[in-house]
Unconditional design. Sequence first.
Length: 338
Amino acid sequence: MDIKAALRTLTEEIGVSGDEFSASEKAAELLSQYASDVSVDDFGNVTGFVKCGRPDAKTLLLDAHIDRVGLIVTYIDDKGFLSVGACGSPDIKTYLAQSVTVHGKKAVKGVVSTLPPHVSKNNKAPEIGDISVDVGMTKAQAEEVISLGDRVTVNSRFRELGGLVSAPAVDDRSGVCAILEALDMLKGKPLKYDLAVCFSAQEETGERGAKQAAFRIKPDEALIVDVSFGTTPDSDPKDTAKLGSGVMIGFSACLDKKMSNTLRELAKSEKIPFTEEIMPNSTGTNADAVGVVGKGVKCCTLSFPIRYMHTPVETVDPNDISATARLIAAYAGGETDD
């Protein structure tokens, strides 16, 4: 599979939390190359299944979320300016003076309103309630094409930066790509598990979709694939990983220690580049929700570092996506030890 091409395809879709369907349908198309019974449910979750052929096989859930952060229209004032709220937790300081699209009855171009420095007396970073979107319309004109609840995204695009890729929605469409690449590696090969794949909705607003899907699927184990924090000049090295350092294997009180240890030893034996990601209490990923569904699900996170998380220019090394896919394939593939 061409990881860059798949990531470009997925990041070109909108799919802000709570309105994921355009991205979900595109992800379902890609998943259909590898899995059976692929569907998009009423919530926006994409699911599909790959059976190993043994009636006593355990089920391994592979999950990555399909939604992205963005804004939502909350009010149209008398001058036609739009007030907005946050879907998820976008980095609002990066939104000032950006070109945006309001996804209404039609796509409406706008810009985020900001005071020029000549007249501004406040140099603090704004909060979500402080910004407005200017669509160049009167209130009546705006209300013809824009409704409260419409999503808003910054006009960014897929771009290559040397060997890296920068795009909106890298969090977590790149995780979707890692799972798809793993399935491509496993195609036609023996499996240890029945695989259930979920590209889940509304992770950014409370890990809601994965919780629903896991309740329905009832997996025995789960690998939750997401992004983590990449090293930048102003970051603390102990809290980040360098782009190009491979897959990040999660260790946390809420993760299954045996799975974490097994994945670490497997990465070593398969010579897959990796780092350890230590999250003392919770992970901030779908693992926190999936782990406590039903009778409980053994979980581990597999992440990889990105720069500029929750901004329109999230940046990733495709080699880290590939390393994550290799570890997923190594864990899921091969004959059972039972």
